[in-house]
Design a protein around this ligand. Sequence first.
Ligand code: AG3
Length: 270
Amino acid sequence: MDYWFSEMHTPNIKLGFRIKREIAHATSKFQDIHLFETYDYGKLLVIDGTVQTTTRDEFIYHEMIVHPPMFTHPNPKKILIIGGGDGGAAREVLKHEPREVHVVEIDEKVVEICKKYLPEISSSYNDPRVHLHIENGKEFIRREGNFDVIIVDSTDPVGPAADLFREDFYEDMKKALKKDGVISQQCGTPFYHPEEFSQVKKELEKVFEYVKIYIAYIPTYPSGMWAFAMASDMPIERRRKLNFATKYYNDEIYYSSMSLPNFVKKYCED
Ligand code: AG3
């Protein structure tokens, strides 16, 4: 019998994966977590019915949430990742030779499953520079500070992570950053969620002097077109060149990912 997992992208559209087997399933205090083995996309991590990552296309998301802000900073040493419990963002951050990387994940079940069954992505936890904190990121940043780069690798702006896309959280992030600090955040798909997406940009602009939206193509996320935001009080430009192997990001993509199609630009300006 065929078994399929599908994510509803809208009430009328879904993307389905034919599943070989379920590797793990847990219901935590916060959410429902599945890890599947698929036919075409390797392992698939699902939280509350939404695709978080697959071993086939995770490189696109993780490289693009990490490298643009990291190459904007002249010398990033102390990094904070909010969310990102699978360890994928930390793995990319380590390529920049940071001094310390703090991963603040609210749900220890996500970390437990990824450490055990998803070493392709979670192996970064074995590096002594990576420090895991099981805590709500909003509380962590009120207490800690002096970060060069903060990366918000959360679930969608619609849903339980909505608080991470608001002005008061951005104010706290700014306080937790050094003066020349940079942040990045995944902010959903402008194709299906234009309102949430343009809201994120507006909220960021209330707090940071420079805000840039950039795009990557992620086959397993709704619409395939995914947006990220970078924000800083210093101008957003590439200050260092790529000096390690990547599969998606390169020096040209730093800028080309910020060249937005007209329909996306329109949401950014409104
Ligand atoms: N976090 C963002 C996933 C968003 C996908 N949304 C969706 N499928 N509706 C990814 C976590 C990877 N570290």
